[in-house]
Design a binder for this molecule. Structure first.
Ligand SMILES: Cc1ncc(COP(=O)(O)O)c(C=O)c1O
Length: 547
């Protein structure tokens, strides 16, 4: 048996060397290159790495720690094996969901942070990476129209985390001291039925109770119904409840629906006066998808210097009508791992007034092991203790790389491709775009059997309870079309898209099943859009031939 010293010597070779060692550096780089080479060998023309191998979870559950030291080379090979079957979000034939293809600088940001493990709990453990966080906060604050001198922000554990922070700040405003004393009285949280489901988690995890969530219906354009919101908010206040938060959605998950933030803020202000509230209910904008469109705030749509097609210009301008009001929110969620082209997780919670973080601050006496030599100490108010720097460096890398123009180019292209898809879908008698009034890179659509009038069917299915059976039949029809497209994509033909089981509920409460193309890869181009349209029609033929 080798002595522990012999083993330690071998193990040390598996770590990057703390003291410069050029020979070992090349071993390290070479090891990464071998991994990348092996990944590259899995790439083909299809949008999947290698093959889809069904996961045997029963075998997985029997995994045990090995008795002896493994080899770096073998482990690398094994790790690469776990990527088999992954969908390539960057592939021109992937239009599946809002999973960002990360840029090279953002990957380098992640690698650098992972190498040295900065911890953003304080600058004692993160040094200049803390400065990077401050810079990203300042850049995004300026981008959305906040005053960078007053704004503050922290990276957190996902889009869900950003909304959790927003609602928590709102909760502390409504019930001062809740952090220490807990919640008393009835509180309510408002969000639309198109808002992300994390609202249920947040209400539950913050102790408000998911039943205190007041979900407001949306209008045809997937924006919150302001009349119902005002009614429900007044009813809640009249019943003596407090408002923990108004959560506005700026870019909904399925449809890129945009709430009218300006009106929500105006409603909040009216309610404060009308009910003489002792607090100002917090308005949080879940802009994890829509924030990036702020790069168009100063774009001249008239002059259109980047040369987008006119339909695209209209779509970008249409989205900006609401997105330009982000500055009115008290806080925002920003996901760089969605429309920021970074790896998971790169989420920023941004406060218009950084003083609001005081509401979450804990006593340093509760944390005696930290902060002795620090100037920047977000750990005093963050939920997390350890916060890694990978998301921060990835985000900063893309902000530096792309600038306003690069981001305009990327987003403009995604919207241009989505508009092209809509143009094609409009050109066929059997397809209907459902989220026509939403101007993002996501297109939700349905396909119908021959003989259906696709000019009127959407309204009929939505409003007329007599059309329930028809709606359900068409739901099934669309599921079958989606299944064919999915199977073909797995087999290497066509395009990977998504299916949503409930784009929205009809007026009489049934879910509308729909197909969804979310274009997020810079590599999507005209031909991949055409391939998708051909595949949709082929899938319909298949379903018709196999009733
Ligand atoms: C609008 C919106 N909000 C929040 C989330 C949750 O983000 P995450 O998955 O990063 O927690 C998503 C995820 O898709 C989303 O689309």
């Amino acid at each position: 048996m080798p002595s522990y010293r012999d083993l330690l010597q071998k193990i040390r070779l598996c770590f990057p060397q703390p003291i410069s060692d050029r020979v070992h550096d090349s071993y390290f780089v070479h090891s990464i290159m071998r991994a990348l080479d092996q990944v590259d060998a899995l790439k083909t023309e299809i949008p999947i790495l290698g093959q889809t191998i069904p996961n045997d979870y029963a075998v997985g559950q029997q995994a045990k720690l090995g008795p002896a030291l493994g080899s770096l080379e073998k482990v690398t090979e094994e790790m690469v094996g776990y990527l088999q079957g992954m969908t390539l979000s960057s592939h021109p034939r992937t239009q599946q969901n809002v999973v960002a293809p990360p840029s090279i600088p953002s990957l380098i940001g992640v690698l650098l942070a992972s190498l040295f493990n900065p911890n953003l709990v304080s600058d004692e453990y993160s040094r200049r990476v803390a400065l990077a966080e401050v810079e990203v906060v300042a850049m995004v604050a300026d981008l959305v129209g906040f005053d960078p001198a007053q704004a503050g922000g922290v990276f957190t554990f996902g889009g869900t985390g950003t909304s959790l922070y927003g609602v928590k700040v709102g909760l502390e405003k409504a019930v001062p001291g809740a952090m220490k004393q807990g919640i008393h009285g009835h509180l309510v949280l408002f969000a639309s039925d198109a808002s992300h489901y994390c609202r249920h988690n947040i209400a539950g995890w913050l102790g408000l109770g998911a039943n205190q969530l007041c979900t407001i219906p949306t209008q045809d354009d997937n924006s919150i119904d302001l009349v119902q919101l005002a009614d429900q908010a007044r009813q809640a206040l009249q019943a003596g409840k407090k408002i923990a938060c108004f959560m506005a959605t700026i870019g909904s998950t399925d449809a890129f629906g945009l709430d009218d933030l300006q009106e929500i803020v105006a409603l909040r202000d009216r309610l404060v006066d009308e009910f003489h509230l002792s607090y100002r209910p917090h308005v949080h904008a879940d802009a994890v998808i829509g924030w990036a469109w702020s790069v168009f705030r100063d774009y001249s749509f008239e002059a259109n210097p980047l040369g987008f097609r006119l339909r695209t210009v209209r779509a970008l301008a249409g989205a900006l009508r609401h997105i330009r009001h982000l500055q009115l929110a008290d806080s925002l969620g920003v996901d760089f791992h969605k429309t920021g082209f970074c790896p998971y997780i790169a989420s920023l919670f941004l406060l218009k007034d950084r003083a609001d973080f005081q509401l979450l601050t804990r006593d340093t006496r509760d944390m005696p092991y930290l902060y002795q030599f620090a100037e920047y100490r977000p750990g005093l108010f963050t939920l997390e203790t350890s916060r890694g720097g990978a998301g921060v460096l990835a985000a900063l890398a893309n902000l530096r790389l792309l600038g306003r123009e690069g981001w305009q180019t990327l987003l403009g292209h995604l919207v241009e491709m989505a508009q092209l898809l809509r143009e094609h879908l409009d050109g066929h008698e059997s397809t209907t775009v459902l989220n026509r009034a939403n101007f993002g890179p996501v297109t939700v659509f349905r396909i119908y059997p021959p003989g259906v009038d696709t000019f009127s069917i959407q309204q009929r299915e939505f409003h007329d309870p007599q059309a329930r059976d028809l709606l359900l039949q068409h739901n099934e029809y669309n599921r079958r079309v989606a299944a064919y497209i999915h199977a073909e994509a797995l087999a290497g033909r066509g395009v990977m898209i998504s299916l949503t089981d409930c784009y929205r509920h009809t007026a009489y409460g049934e879910p509308i099943v729909a197909l969804k193309s979310w274009i997020v890869s810079p590599f999507v181009d005209e031909d991949s859009v055409q391939v998708l349209v051909r595949m949709i029609l082929e899938a319909r033929d298949h379903v018709e031939r196999n009733p």
